[in-house]
Design a protein around this ligand. Structure first.
Ligand SMILES: CC(C)(COP(=O)(O)OP(=O)(O)OC[C@H]1O[C@@H](n2cnc3c(N)ncnc32)[C@H](O)[C@@H]1OP(=O)(O)O)[C@@H](O)C(=O)NCCC(=O)NCCS
Length: 145
């Protein structure tokens, strides 16, 4: 599917973003976390529109020459259409333009869909944080650009 439109998140989109987060994330961010991230000048917040609906988002931060993917969600009924990958690749290209040369992220050890998506797109596991999600480990992954 080609008609996914990716654009900057606006303040009026935050309610919808929060709804997507609550419905799709294992360990959802609070509203305050989204507001803080939105206000953070080092943070980049993109939304994915499909057929006039916001169906996903990605958030990444830049710290000098390093980037971190902070959050990525595609609504459950829109998954497996390549949308998550499109958002991720959009972020990777933007991160290159912003002059970072590596990207980090953390993912739950049992989140096979996300791990496969990241691995397919050149992210490699470099460490494990034991019990990071209380009962579960976090995989630390990175991609060198
Ligand atoms: C992870 C997530 C963003 C993937 O979004 P998506 O739009 O379904 O992913 P895509 O359709 O773009 O899939 C791209 C690749 O990811 C992998 N993938 C996606 N879903 C998968 C699944 N359920 N099982 C195995 N691999 C999967 C595949 O390698 C796929 O490529 P392929 O179809 O060519 O094999 C989505 O599952 C999601 O929002 N999950 C809940 C939130 C979350 O876990 N976010 C990540 C936090 S680190």
């Amino acid at each position: 599917m080609n008609n996914l439109i990716i654009s900057d998140c606006r303040e009026q989109n935050l309610e919808r973003i929060y709804e997507l987060e609550i419905n799709n994330s294992y360990n959802p961010w609070t509203k305050k976390m989204f507001m803080d991230e939105f206000a953070n000048k080092s943070s980049f917040f993109k939304i994915a529109n499909f057929q006039n609906n916001i169906i996903g988002f990605i958030i990444y931060r830049i710290n000098i020459d390093e980037a971190e993917i902070m959050n990525l969600v595609i609504d459950a009924h829109c998954r497996n259409n390549g949308f998550g990958e499109k958002l991720l690749l959009y972020a990777v290209e933007d991160i290159k333009l912003l002059c970072a040369n590596k990207i980090f992220l953390e993912v739950r050890d049992s989140n096979k869909a996300a791990i496969k998506l990241y691995t397919k797109n050149g992210f490699k596991k470099y460490n494990i944080r034991k019990n990071y999600y209380t009962v579960e480990d976090a995989l630390l992954m990175k991609k060198i650009l």
